[in-house]
Design a protein around this ligand. Structure first.
Ligand SMILES: [Zn+2]
Length: 497
């Protein structure tokens, strides 16, 4: 709730002062969006400096709230919203105060250098070039994990940065189910040949202007509110919630294989709907955000995979495709469905289909966990990568560019981030189950009533913002948390039933 409306004077004072943090974050979001979409290359240095200054102001203004926060945390009789606001603020204060400024500065320096080297190393498929930088990053990340604190596993501290309360125990439970389950279903899908590994439409070129009209049509089908939303172009598609009434996504056009931009647009729209449907009353407060990265990713993947790659949606989108992309006329909706749902053993995570995706994440999780626990050395990572990849996906990278060097995350120091992608899938499975094993999706799409799904997501998830931690929100909604069985049921129903 905006300042002045909280029932408690201390919380009210916190919210009044938090508005400064909010305004700084808001400004940084606009600067970040501009940098990715419109800024000329030469603007990078000044933009970096300005954003750096603003980030320091955010840090100071947040830490300054610490005494008031301590006072508020002793209060009784707070309602769920107030408690949620204090819980999220506590996380923000802790992240800023537990890691000493020297480490933050060192991380900035090391990762900036490492990212530049990683780009060259990937291009040359030269792990030795990147290895000393990764070694530094791992050493530093271990120190950060010690500063943040953990009870059981040093990797727990890192997982908790990206998904509140998420631990190695949770992740082991999830992946020990997803890995054998996905391998089993994948084997059956490939043996049956029903879902093809390749489709002729994947090599068909399209006209960018025509495809832009298709994507605009998608936004209309999803009923995106165009007075509070916009779509632009960028190299890597993303969503940014500048405010609940100003949410922006980007897409890109590669000129070939139109499903890539189509599903990227639907994916980012799923993220955007979460931001657009956050509650007004939490505006300007620490809890006026998504519950977690896992929850955010569940929304994008729900729209992309459960809705977008369904037989029903293929029928909904078919007229727009036929109208704008003449080559589609050769294919029936049924054939389009299989183009949208090719399944293959692949090496590159970002190109993976929904069924093999979690195997790519499980591979990264195993390596990160071992390296942070000191159970593996940085020099043996490439061979571990290749062996695990062969075990999980049945295919071995021919070089490090299509193996360990493919992702930017480690060079930026983001260890602990990858599992959130699979959490998105796991939560998506739970949503699918809650919707009568997808029945409500089929029903809504059959009647062309997208708003029914949007309203359900808003009433069940979006309206709470970050008032509840991800585990509490799942318990309230599903009566359980991070249950991978629902996702495996979804895959089995879709691919081998
Ligand atoms: Zn996403």
């Amino acid at each position: 709730m905006p300042a002045g409306l909280a029932k408690n004077a201390v919380v009210d004072e916190i919210l009044r002062r938090y508005k400064v943090v909010w305004a700084l974050d808001h400004s940084m979001a606009v600067l970040g969006w501009d940098m990715e979409t419109h800024m000329p290359e030469g603007g990078a240095v000044a933009r970096g400096a300005a954003s750096g200054q603003l980030a320091m102001m955010v840090q100071k203004a947040t830490i300054d709230l610490s005494p008031l926060l301590g006072k508020a945390e002793k209060l009784r009789d707070l309602d769920d919203e107030d408690r949620g606001i204090l819980r999220v603020l506590r996380r923000e204060v802790d992240m800023f105060t537990k890691i000493p400024p020297e480490l933050v500065e060192e991380r900035e320096k090391i990762t900036t250098e490492a990212t530049v080297v990683w780009r060259r190393a990937r291009k040359n498929s030269d792990y030795k070039m990147f290895e000393p930088h990764l070694k530094k990053i791992v050493g530093l990340t271990r120190k950060i994990s010690d500063c943040l604190g953990y009870t059981k596993h040093p990797y727990d501290a890192l997982l908790n940065v990206y998904e509140e309360g998420f631990t190695v125990r949770d992740a082991d439970r999830i992946f020990s189910r997803l890995v054998p389950g996905s391998k089993r279903i994948l084997g059956k899908v490939i043996a049956s040949g029903v879902y093809p590994p390749k489709h002729p439409l994947e090599s068909v070129k399209y006209d960018t202007q025509a495809m832009t009209r298709v994507n605009d049509g998608i936004l209309q089908i999803l009923q995106m509110p165009m007075n509070r939303f916009r779509m632009d172009l960028s190299t890597h598609p993303f969503t940014i919630g500048i405010a609940p009434d100003d949410v922006r996504i980007t897409t890109r056009y590669e000129g070939v294989d139109f499903k890539s931009t189509l599903f990227s647009t639907i994916h980012e729209s799923g993220h955007a709907l979460y931001e657009l449907q956050l509650p007004d009353k939490l505006r300007f407060t620490p809890a006026g955000n998504a519950a977690s990265l896992g929850f955010h990713e569940s929304q994008s993947r729900f729209w992309e995979n459960v809705v977008g790659r369904s037989k029903e949606f293929t029928k909904v989108v078919n007229p727009i495709l036929k109208k704008n992309l003449p080559f589609v006329n050769k294919y029936s909706p049924e054939q389009l469905y299989f183009y949208f749902n090719t399944v293959r053993r692949s090496l590159i995570r970002v190109d993976a289909d929904e069924l093999t995706y979690n195997l790519h994440i499980a591979l990264r999780y195993e390596l990160e966990k071992k390296i942070i626990a000191g159970e593996a050395s940085v020099s043996e990572l490439p061979s571990m990568w290749n062996d695990t990849c062969e075990d999980y996906l049945g295919i071995r990278p021919r070089n490090n560019a299509e193996g360990i060097l493919q992702d930017i995350h480690w060079s930026g120091g983001s260890l602990g981030y990858f599992p959130t992608y699979s959490l998105g899938n796991v939560i998506l499975g739970m949503i699918w189950h809650k919707l009568g094993d997808g029945e409500l999706v089929r029903e809504s799409l059959g009647r062309g009533d997208i708003m029914k799904l949007r309203r359900w997501l808003q009433a069940s998830i979006h309206r709470y913002g970050a008032v509840y931690s991800p585990k509490v929100l799942q318990t309230r909604l599903f009566g359980e948390w991070y249950n991978p069985d629902r996702l495996m049921d979804y895959y089995a129903t879709k691919y081998i039933a």
